[in-house]
Design a protein around this ligand. Structure first.
Ligand code: CTP
Length: 221
């Protein structure tokens, strides 16, 4: 049904100096399970763009990256011809304004790092989404979760969004289980707590349904 799909996974890391970086708590498990599920469904080409992670699926075309800008390059190359893109990576929103070639030595009691914004890769994909492509994003929210997630769904021009409420009961990062919500154009659905393998399967079922609906709406395509 799909020829080429892209899954981004893991954290990005943004270097500060040769020995330090800024990153986040993503383990890459979500992307790993999504890729394995895509393999089970015999999708011919699975482009897997991943930040540093211990969870690397076998049998996909893997593009290891470190920074958001490196991830952006691969998305620019493969994005326009993908049938489905799932942005499960936790992309760093900021990078340091000036990378230090030399290790920053311990000096004053306070050290201020200037950060500049990374591009929002998913927003860029949403702006140039080709007809028929299915774009799936994630949201990690701690407060006003439905309002924030719906804004992301609209602003990023998504077909589906997987919403994680990050709390003590549902840490979302580096766990094997997750309780999420699915957002679609006209519906928000609560999904009971599942392990990430089952969740990946459910997400692919929804993507297939979205693609089927699209074909029914446009029988000439
Ligand atoms: N994302 C992206 N590029 C970024 C930041 C996020 O493509 N620079 C993508 C993520 O892969 C995810 C979605 O955007 O699919 C939402 O990420 P999230 O961290 O929840 O939200 P942000 O858009 O970064 O907004 P905020 O951090 O303010 O909640």
């Amino acid at each position: 049904m799909f020829n080429r799909v892209i899954i981004t996974s893991g954290p990005t890391i943004e270097p500060i100096d040769p020995v330090r970086f800024i990153s986040n708590r993503s383990s890459g498990k979500t992307g790993f399970h999504l890729a394995n599920e895509a393999l089970k469904r015999n999708i011919p080409e699975i482009i897997y763009i991943t930040g540093p992670s211990c969870y690397i699926p076998q049998g996909v075309k893997c593009f290891p990256i470190e920074t958001a800008l490196e991830m952006q390059q691969h998305l620019n190359t493969f994005g326009p011809t993908a049938d489905v893109i799932i942005m499960s990576a936790a992309v760093s929103d900021y990078r340091v304004a000036k990378y230090s070639q030399l290790k920053i030595k311990k000096g004053q009691d306070n050290l201020v790092l200037e950060l500049i914004k990374n591009p929002d890769l998913l927003t860029e994909l949403g702006k140039k989404k080709p007809t028929g492509q299915i774009l799936v994003g994630y949201a990690a929210e701690t407060h006003d979760i439905f309002e924030n997630a719906r804004k992301k769904f609209i602003n990023k021009n998504l077909d589906m969004l997987v919403l994680n409420e990050v709390s003590e009961q549902n840490p979302a990062f580096n766990t094997d289980h997750n309780q999420v919500y699915f957002l679609f154009e006209k519906e928000t659905r609560k999904i009971e707590r599942l392990d990430k393998t089952q969740l990946a399967s459910l997400i692919w079922d929804e993507i297939e349904t979205l693609s089927g609906n699209r074909k029914t709406n446009h029988p000439e395509c």
